[in-house]
Design a protein around this ligand. Structure first.
Ligand code: GLY
Ligand code: MN
Ligand code: MN
Length: 433
């Protein structure tokens, strides 16, 4: 992403904020893992979206119409000793030179400077509830301004969540964002292929996960979320992530894993036989899910609404379940009664972007929102037949299948960003042979 794009985003947001407003956007705080070890730092998505700045301990402030500087950043100062111990810092000069920052302060001056920036601003835009300690500090800063009333200084009167404005912007991806997401999907596709090629009966789930992690790391990507690598019965646990069981001959393996490229997620699921060959029952279930997935993807086009892909998937899954005798009765009634939920208990997708379950409303004025070019969503139907499911013959037990792709809405339809990950029975068996 180039500097100009971040500047355009800030300008476009500032237009929406209007005069006499101020927006305060802190990045994420560092999280302790245990004792004095930290989780790898991941900046806040809204903050990166507006600044491109990825260091911890930073706060961006946007003040539309302010003389001299409308974009103010608080960040860490250069510090020789700290940089020897903990790594390089952009520093104050670097922030101005490389990030288009117009006015910059050391993060240690936040309590001193922010109340001054709040003076005589009518509206504060801020995402409340993400960080309790930051929420409290904001209240203290506002109270500090209130104490100056007799000096004729006015404190802000309105507090508005910044979420909606920024999240609507994030929902529509620019060409540069789409390029990044395509790259993330390509890397994840390569990882899924490596996993298929490495998988053998007797391996443990985490040994196959290593192929995924190795590919991500080789490309400099962290995982966008904790990878799910579940064989046999574990494929029927939707958020399984122990990833430590032995993979058995004759079982399926479900892998839900996506790379994060430059703070943009991919989210791909593939399901394949541990021994490289689908059994008759596995193939039957797999083909039903694939048919449902393709039918749902076909519904991705401008003008169709958000729920149409889900409705198409449910229709195909229900039809398939009736054909093999796992559901009995009239398909319309079964859909109405949500009978499919015994085997398909989640929805067919979600927005995808900087966050894996990305931001953006799904309904507008109570109605499913229409799809528009630039939106990216996942399409991920599945069927999960846990052992012991009432009324289900044993031959179907422990078959869990999900197929998930990342799909861009284009001017006239869709583009599957994750198309490089093999998906048909033939493609998968060939790659595993
Ligand atoms: N990997 C999370 C999801 O598929 O929604
Ligand atoms: Mn997903
Ligand atoms: Mn997923």
């Amino acid at each position: 992403m180039n500097k100009r794009e971040y500047k355009q985003r800030r300008n476009s947001l500032m237009k929406h904020l209007g005069k006499n407003s101020i927006a305060i956007i802190p990045t994420a705080s560092e999280k302790t893992r245990n004792r004095d070890s930290h989780f790898p730092f991941r900046p806040d998505s809204d903050f990166v979206y507006l600044t491109g700045f990825k260091e911890p301990e930073s706060v961006a402030v946007l003040i539309p119409g302010r003389k001299n500087a409308q974009y103010v950043l608080f960040c860490r100062e250069n510090d020789k000793i700290m940089e020897i111990w903990n790594g390089r810092r952009v520093g104050l000069e670097g922030a101005k030179a490389d990030y288009n920052v117009e006015e910059v302060y050391p993060i240690d001056m936040l309590d001193e400077v922010l109340p001054q920036l709040l003076e005589n601003r009518e509206r504060v835009f801020y995402s409340i509830g993400n960080d309790e300690s930051f929420d409290k500090r904001l209240i203290e800063w506002v109270n500090k301004v209130r104490l100056k009333a007799r000096a004729g200084i006015v404190a802000p009167q309105e507090f508005i969540s910044l979420d909606h404005l920024v999240h609507e912007m994030r929902l529509f991806k620019s060409p540069a964002e789409i390029r990044t997401m395509r790259k993330a999907a390509n890397i994840a596709s390569e990882a899924h292929i490596k996993a298929m090629q490495a998988c053998k009966p007797g391996m443990r789930e985490h040994a196959v996960e290593a192929e995924i992690s190795h590919t991500f790391t080789k490309h400099g990507c962290p995982p966008a979320y904790t990878s799910i690598v579940g064989g046999g019965e574990n494929a029927c646990i939707l958020h399984y992530n122990e990833n430590d069981a032995e993979l058995e001959d004759g079982h399926l393996l479900l892998i839900d894993a996506g790379a994060e490229q430059d703070c943009y997620a991919s989210d791909i699921t593939r399901t394949f036989p541990v021994n490289g060959k689908f059994s008759t029952e596995q193939k039957i279930i797999y083909e039903i899910v694939l048919k449902a997935q393709l039918a749902a993807i076909k519904k991705v086009k401008p003008g169709n609404h958000w729920n149409q892909p889900h409705e198409a998937a449910v229709r195909e899954l229900t039809k398939g379940l009736i054909e093999i005798g796992l559901l009995k009765g009239d398909s319309k009634k079964l859909i109405e009664n949500e009978a499919y939920k015994t085997f398909y208990m989640h929805r067919t997708g979600h927005w995808l972007g900087m966050d894996v379950h990305d931001v953006g409303d799904y309904k507008i004025n109570g109605k499913w929102r229409p799809l528009k070019p630039g939106m990216v969503l996942t399409i991920e139907p599945g069927l999960y037949i846990a052992a012991g499911t009432k009324g289900v013959a044993k031959k179907w037990w422990d078959i869990g299948v999900r197929i998930e792709d990342d799909v861009l809405v284009t001017e006239d339809g869709y583009d599957v960003l994750s198309k490089k990950a093999p998906k048909t029975v033939e493609e998968i068996e060939k790659i595993m042979a």
